[in-house]
Ligand binder design. Structure first.
Ligand code: ADP
Ligand code: MG
Length: 252
């Protein structure tokens, strides 16, 4: 088995609350994984722990067998682990293209000043960055929207922009936090196709999503969190029939 990510006893406490509690989870290369569970179950926190946005209280995160638990977010991104955020944090008053270029830099450079100021080195990098940004915008189907202001694009286009931004670091694995939230069924269908396409091109995917129809169609492997704990994992078929899951989540 070819494991990309392994978490072992991964735990995050906020004060007295165990937002993520002793979670062991493995992500096999090439698969589409999903994490489901009620609101507040710890799904986004789990992503934050893997991507280095939060430090775990205890436990470890391995990437290809290497301990990345204590690495800063920009170094984790540099290793090929990328993510989107539940609430897209795009710059409204910039174009789609500039968001991808700037976002890419912010993710990979540890020095924000260096990333924002136009140093000589950055100027040299600019052309390459621009080409890369156009390439990922093409992949997500936003070539035509590259020069539009983010404030004028639809929610679905914002979701695609966020994915483009995550793709710009050329990840091996991408974590998507509710990529289909707030978009209509047709758009959800389109986004599902995009995720499948990315996966077919070799990208390993892990997504959080509430749209069960989408998950059941898309995921090879599902983990269910409830109150920070893993209560089940398996194929969509196994999860659908799981008593604990039905009780905690699907039946609710
Ligand atoms: P989910 O994404 O499954 O809806 P979250 O991971 O966002 O859940 O949150 C899990 C729990 O941790 C919730 O009870 C939430 O209020 C709490 N939590 C998340 N982030 C923080 C934080 N930065 N500080 C304190 N509590 C937090
Ligand atoms: Mg969340």
């Amino acid at each position: 088995m070819n494991l990309l990510i392994e978490t072992k006893n991964l735990t995050k406490r906020f004060g007295g609350l165990a937002a993520v509690n002793n979670v062991d989870f493995s992500i096999e290369k090439g698969r589409i994984n999903a994490i489901i569970g009620p609101n507040g179950a710890g799904k986004s926190t789990f992503f934050n722990l893997i991507s280095g946005f939060h430090r775990p209280t205890s436990g470890t995160v391995l990437f290809k067998g290497i301990d990345i638990t204590k690495l800063p977010a920009n170094e984790i991104a540099g290793l090929g682990i990328s993510r989107t955020f539940q609430t897209t944090s795009l710059f409204d008053q910039s174009t789609v293209l500039d968001n991808v270029i700037v976002g890419h830099r912010l993710r990979t450079k540890s020095n924000l000043v260096d990333a924002i100021l136009r140093t000589k080195r950055l100027k040299r990098e600019e052309a390459a960055c621009r080409d890369k940004a156009m390439e990922v915008l093409d992949i997500v189907g936003l070539t035509e929207s590259a020069d539009r202001m983010v404030s004028s694009i639809s929610q679905e286009e914002k979701k695609r922009t966020a994915i483009a931004l995550a793709l710009a670091t050329e990840p091996e694995i991408i974590f998507l936090d509710e990529p289909a939230a707030g978009i209509n069924p047709d758009e959800t269908e389109g986004l599902t196709e995009l995720i499948k396409k990315l996966n077919r091109s070799g990208l390993t995917v892990c997504l959080i999503e509430h749209k069960m129809h989408m998950i059941m169609n898309l995921a090879d492997h599902i983990m269910v969190l409830n109150y920070g704990e893993k209560i089940a994992e398996g194929t969509p078929k196994e999860i659908r029939g799981n008593e604990a899951v039905i009780k905690a989540y699907l039946g609710g």
